[in-house]
Design a protein around this ligand. Structure first.
Ligand code: USQ
Length: 382
């Protein structure tokens, strides 16, 4: 397949470029370094400095003999994106080129506007480029479990049948996000659903939970191929943060009482899900939605696991409960369905002690680079 990966410099984007090229596909990755620049601006750069895209491509070629093409460009520029589709004629496009952080979107009005502009215009442009150049090309888009929020009913995979006053119909599952970032993901889904109905596009929208991990099969040959591993409050996801905090002897930052439950997955499972979605595409005129999670945990569960494994490895780990800077339910029901990707062939990796210990071993090599000041600054929702 010819695969176009938008957001190729990101935490998922770069590993996905290598993964797809390793499977023998032709890959072109595009990124405008939005996240790199935001990290620099907020002084919260990843734990290990990442070579730029051109260098990563070269290191990957030297290590694997495989070619990935890379381009620096902003896909909110429609002419640039359309030109890419015309030149490369992809069979599938993965859209990861979004501002991915909930806290970033809540810092101030400017950052909220950047999030809305970047996320919605990029999605709009992808829909247009596909329609105008090759409506058969599947769009695979990363959404978020946060679109559903934490309703007091079971969460279905994308759709729900509703019976109302004796009549029935199928609708998108009700969504209510708890950050502006998550709200843009709802709006993305609405945009794509509109264009699927109107233009008959084929789309897979993946409702992903927080991802953890630093290594994939492809990063084993050279540490410089590792994804950008953020552990700061703005761009780091919670489990990655906790591992770094444990190593830095920083009390684990459990927000509120820590009963918030989310569905988590390892980076290597995220790659599998994206790849399966690409290679087993949705039909024309179908918006296919999967819940991309493997296991559910409360924040407290994660903190306890990190403490146990950290202490086994000789670290002194304490857990702090800090006033929740976010507006989110702490005690809530959570029962999401997640069978679609398993049916497609996902081989899940669970959060074992060994998996956590491996994360500790990779992170501790860089313990001297940890910027303690980036761990918690208190971006508040109100
Ligand atoms: N949390 C803590 N302490 C921390 C950081 C987070 O208790 O130091 C809590 C949060 O309050 C939340 C949970 O951990 O309840 C998850 O937080 P997170 O920062 O790992 O994840 P979130 O902000 O929800 O966003 C991340 C990714 C985002 C993706 C989303 C999936 O950054 O791109 O869409 O996970 S989901 O959470 O399912 O919506």
């Amino acid at each position: 397949m010819r695969i176009l990966i938008l957001g190729a410099d990101g935490y998922l984007g770069w590993p996905l470029c290598m993964y797809c090229s390793q499977q023998g596909h032709e890959v072109i990755g595009v990124d405008n370094y939005l996240r790199r620049n935001m990290c620099r601006e907020l002084d919260c750069e990843p734990l290990v400095p990442n070579p730029n895209l051109a260098r990563r491509v070269q290191i990957w070629k030297d290590a694997s003999g495989k070619d990935v093409k890379a381009m620096v460009g902003d896909i909110t520029d429609y002419r640039l994106l359309r030109g890419l589709f015309e030149d490369f004629r992809p069979d599938g496009v993965v859209h990861l080129a979004e501002q991915p952080s909930a806290p970033y979107s809540m810092i101030d009005r400017e950052r909220a506007a950047t999030t809305i502009h970047n996320n919605l215009v990029s999605t709009l442009n992808v829909a247009y480029a596909v329609r105008e150049t090759n409506p058969d090309c599947q769009i695979v888009k990363i959404g978020t479990m946060g679109e559903y929020g934490t309703p007091d009913i079971d969460i279905e995979e994308g759709w729900i049948e509703i019976e109302h006053r004796g009549r029935k119909d199928k609708f998108l599952f009700p969504r209510q996000a708890s950050s502006l970032y998550h709200t843009t993901k709802i709006q993305d889904t609405d945009l794509l659903w509109f264009y699927v109905r109107t233009w008959g596009l084929r789309v897979t929208d993946l409702m992903q939970g927080p991802v953890y991990g630093i290594a994939t099969e492809e990063t084993a040959c050279d540490e410089r191929l590792q994804p950008n591993f953020n552990y700061d409050e703005v761009f780091g996801t919670v489990l990655n943060r906790f591992v770094v905090q444990a190593i830095a002897d920083y009390p684990l930052t459990v927000y509120g009482n820590g009963s918030q439950v989310r569905g988590y997955l390892n980076l290597i499972d995220s790659l599998q899900c994206l790849y399966l979605s690409l290679t087993k595409p949705a039909d024309r005129g179908e918006l296919r939605i999967f819940n991309q999670i493997v296991e559910t945990f409360s924040v407290k569960d994660l903190a306890e696991k990190v403490k146990e494994v950290g202490e086994d490895l000789g670290y002194r780990v304490s857990i702090d409960s800090i006033k929740n800077p976010r507006i989110e339910k702490e005690n809530h029901y959570y029962n999401p369905a997640c069978t679609g990707l398993l049916e497609l062939g996902l081989q899940p990796h669970c959060l074992t002690r060994e998996a956590l210990a491996d994360m500790f071993r990779l992170v501790e090599k860089h313990r001297d680079s940890i910027n303690r000041g980036a761990i918690y600054r208190g971006v508040r929702w109100n």
